[in-house]
Write a new protein. Structure first.
Length: 297
């Protein structure tokens, strides 16, 4: 499929790691197969849940290559590009395209704050680097330089920039983006948003780590939204919101990995120096997954 037509549930994949810190490709392939069998609409390696900030280039290459091979064209692979230097980001985008990624998720890491002009130049360079459609990703809770509405508006005119994922908790900002860009760019929600509300205002779906743990429930929620069955969607949304809440309390990658281990998908621990989840945190994840039917009691 053309990534430009993408709608639905696109999990942010964790990066499984062995005890010595190497990428566990067999574990990643097995997880991808499970998610595709569960009906997800795409896969995103090297998002926030994928711990991109803690991986070197060789590890990132292995992750992208593994996911592309596992997907085998059945769902699009939107691979994360993140760097502080524009040159590095451009090189990553070209490499992921060469490895077969169908799209690029572009993140700007920043040590010093970058003004709008520099932000726009960075994302434009990534979009110019390949012919792959680009999703802008902004997470103002962790980034030194956010994507302002003015920057998103300017970038929405680039023919290769097709989506934005906003990981703020401000759903009104998503509506502002939709109104400001007038259909030039599609909006995807994050786990910090009430996804049914985002779909109601015109969103295309969500890119989120917790969907790795509740893929079938997430796909069902999307289908209800697409059908306009909002009462049923909100009933399911209320049930699933507990999953979003527990992950907001803990390290996201660690919580997702802990939940997957409980489900039989051992992805190792978070990359150091991130701490592994405590027994109490693991128990909190367990209780939520049981409550939503994603784990047997």
């Amino acid at each position: 499929m053309d990534v430009r037509d993408l709608r639905g549930v696109v999990p942010y994949l964790p990066t499984p790691l062995t005890a010595d810190g190497e990428v566990d490709a067999p574990a990643l392939s097995r997880l991808c197969e499970h998610l595709i069998d569960s009906g997800v609409h795409g896969l995103t390696p090297l998002g926030s849940t994928g711990e991109f900030a803690y991986l070197d280039l060789a590890a990132k290459e292995r992750v992208v290559a593994c996911v592309v091979e596992a997907a085998a064209g059945r769902v699009p692979v939107i691979a994360g590009v993140a760097a502080t230097a524009t040159k590095d980001a451009v090189a990553q985008a070209k490499r992921w395209a060469a490895l077969g990624a169908d799209g690029i998720l572009a993140v700007l890491e920043a040590y010093f704050p970058v003004p709008d002009a520099g932000v726009i130049d960075y994302f434009t360079a990534v979009a110019d680097a390949t012919d792959r459609p680009v999703t802008l990703y902004t997470n103002p809770n962790f980034q030194r330089s956010d994507l302002t509405l003015e920057a998103i508006d300017a970038l929405s005119h680039h023919p290769n920039i097709v989506f934005v994922k906003d990981a703020s908790t401000n759903t009104g900002r998503l509506l502002s983006i939709l109104e400001r860009t007038q259909g030039r760019i599609g909006v995807f929600a994050a786990s910090s948003h009430i996804t049914t509300a985002v779909m109601l205002i015109g969103g295309r779906g969500w890119l989120a780590g917790p969907s790795c743990l509740i893929p079938k429930q997430s796909v069902r929620l999307f289908e209800l939204c697409e059908a306009g069955r909002w009462d049923e969607a909100m009933a399911l949304q209320r049930e699933l919101w507990a999953v979003n809440q527990v992950f907001a309390r803990f390290n996201l990658a660690g919580a997702v990995k802990a939940g997957l281990r409980l489900q039989g998908f051992d992805c190792g621990d978070p990359a150091p120096p991130q701490p592994a989840p405590t027994p109490a945190q693991i128990e909190a994840v367990r209780e939520v997954l049981i409550r939503v039917g994603a784990l047997a009691a």
